[in-house]
Design a protein around this ligand. Sequence first.
Ligand code: ACO
Length: 323
Amino acid sequence: MIRSTIRGTGSYLPEKILTNAELEVLVDTSDEWITQRSGIRERRIAGPDETTGDMAIAAARAALDNAALTAADLDGVIVATTTPDRTFPAVAAKVQAALGMNPGPAFDVQAVCTGFVYALSVADNFIKAGQMKRILVIGAEKMSSIIDWKDRTTCVLFGDGAGALILEASEGEGTLEDQGIFSTHLYSNGAFRDLLYTDGGPSSTGTSGHIVMQGREVFKHAVTCMAEVVQEALDANKVTPDQIDWLVPHQANSRIIEATAKKLDLPMDKVVMTVERHGNTSAASIPLALHEAVADGRIQRGQLLLLEAMGGGLTWGAALLRF
Ligand code: ACO
């Protein structure tokens, strides 16, 4: 049976670090409030001329190096992003050209913070259907470009960056011992679209708008939706929480992550946490966290990983895979 395995990972973070102390000067907030409510201490901010596409390209190059592959080995590219360089064409087209890939599918996926899980699922299904053998999957965001820097309820939470991985078709036995993705689970409930949105867009205001969020409401849904979708991923594969080696969650808020880990009865030393240093990088947060834990040797080949995310839409999703 065809399985999509992770051949390599890579990431890119902008140089500039914005600390909570620096935010105290911009808005009426405190390091204590931000840390207690979200777990965030600092985040990276892209340079004025640095775009989502630039960060995506840097992460993609790192993933290609890590996989010991060249652009010619790739059949397609999918970028999960909410903050594209241009309304069109897709960021993926820019990545494709910059890497010198052969013509093939290149498109963006927009599911806000769940974007990477959506993109991974789309790529996995292309591979399972036999339509592509190797796909570059990227999550890249310049969230700083859609933040209202006068709004303390949102500007303290987000950051910029990009993460990438290369999915490759391989033969599996069809058992839980296989390497690769076992299942992905995607959801959206558009009835909640006004809990988290931008107050603009090309066909409404003609601008990209700024993030508006009912934080407390989103928080409540996040904890419930996350617990449900994670359980669904485990049940679908007859896996019990103790079999999970690593939870690699979307990094929105340490309290949401801790609540999910608690529901699974997973100790926090089995959870990859980057929110403290990266903030919420939306679609980039899972591949950034994944690459960090692979690069520092925490995540090892053969380990069972559970990925989960939740974001605007409201969207949510999970993926279970063996690295
Ligand atoms: N500094 C100081 N005080 C603040 C700040 C700030 N930066 N922001 C808000 N406050 C104040 C509020 O005005 C409020 O004051 P009041 O009680 O006098 O009205 C008080 O702090 C409490 O505000 P809440 O919003 O109720 O605080 P809460 O405990 O819910 O924490 C937070 C806010 C961190 C946003 C939390 O709700 C959260 O993490 N929500 C989920 C975010 C998320 O997961 N989003 C999904 C992904 S994002 C995406 O898809 C793009």
